[in-house]
Design a protein around this ligand. Sequence first.
Ligand code: PEP
Ligand code: MG
Length: 321
Amino acid sequence: ENQKLKRLKSINAITLDGTPIDLFANIELPGDLEQVKEHGATGIGLFRSEFLFLNRDDLPDEDEQFEAYRAVATKMRGKPVTIRTFDLGGDKKLKHTTQTAANPALGLRAIRLSLSEPQMFHIQLRAILRASKYGQIKILIPMISNAAEVDQTLYLIEYAKHTLQKDQLDFDERIQVGGMIEIPAAALSVEVFLQKLDFLSIGTNDLIQYTLAVDRVDDAVAHLYDPFHPAVLWLVSRVIQISNRAKKPVSICGEMAGDIQFTRLLLGIGLQQFSMYPAQLLAVKNQILKSNLPDIIPLAHKIIRADNQEKIHNLLAKLNS
Ligand code: PEP
Ligand code: MG
C-alpha cells in the first residue's frame, strides 16, 4: 500500500471529472521541508511560525526570522509559502511568560497577542516581508474574530513596508494577506473578512474547540471533541461556499484536511485547497484521484443538512464507499 502511494508523488491531484486540487503541507520549522519534498506538496499552506519562538529563553530577532522564512521560500522555488504570524498564547506559551489567564484559549493569544505586542509583531512582519523577495510568500493572520483586528493588522503590514522602503530593503509589494477562520463568530460573519483579505484558511482544530466548547488539549472531554458534529460541518461548509461565491481562495489547514474520511465530503462542498502534515498528502491525493465531483456533490450537501450524527455517519459511509 505504501509503495503504491509513493508512486503518486509526482502525479497532479485531479478529480475524475478533471478538477485540479491543491495539496499543501503544514510545517513547524524549516527542517520539515525534507518531508514536504518527499511527499510532493504543491506548496506550504501553513508555516506555524510560533515554533521559532518556543523552547528558548530569548526571542528570535528580525535577522534570525528572516533567514528561516527565506530558507523556506528559496527551497520551495516559487511555490506558495503561507506564513502564519505567531500563534502564541493559549496552548503554545513562551518560556518566561507571565500569563496567568484562567481561560488561556479565550485569552490573549494569536493575533490578539500580536496586536498587544506591536514591537514584537513589527519585527516579525519586517522579517516576513524581507523574505518575500525570495519566493511566493503569503501572510496568514491566526484567530481573527472581528474586522478591526484585520484593519489594524493590514495597517501594521503597510507600516512595516514603509519602514523597509526607508531602509532601502526589497520586498514583494503585492504580498497577499489572508486570515484564519477558527472562531465561530468569524465563520458566521465571514463576508466582512472576504472583503478585506485575499484568502481564507479554516483552522478546524480550533473551530471545533470553540464551536463545541471542548478544550482541544483536555483528555477529560476528548470524547466530546467531534469533527462530525452537524454544527461544525455546517460552519465549515458555510465558509467554503461563501468564499467560493466571492471567488476568494479558501483552504482547510486543520486536521480535518488530512483525514481521508473527510476528503470526499470536503470536495463535495467545494473545497479545492487542502493543507496537512506532509505524511498525509499521498493518502489524500489517492482519495482525490478516485473521486468524481458530480457523483459526490448531492450526497455531500445531504450530509451538511443532516441534523443528527447517526444520519451523518451513515451518509458518510455511503459517500466513501
Ligand atoms: C487549527 O486550529 O486548525 C490550526 C490549523 O491551527 P493550530 O492547530 O496550530 O492551532
Ligand atoms: Mg488554530
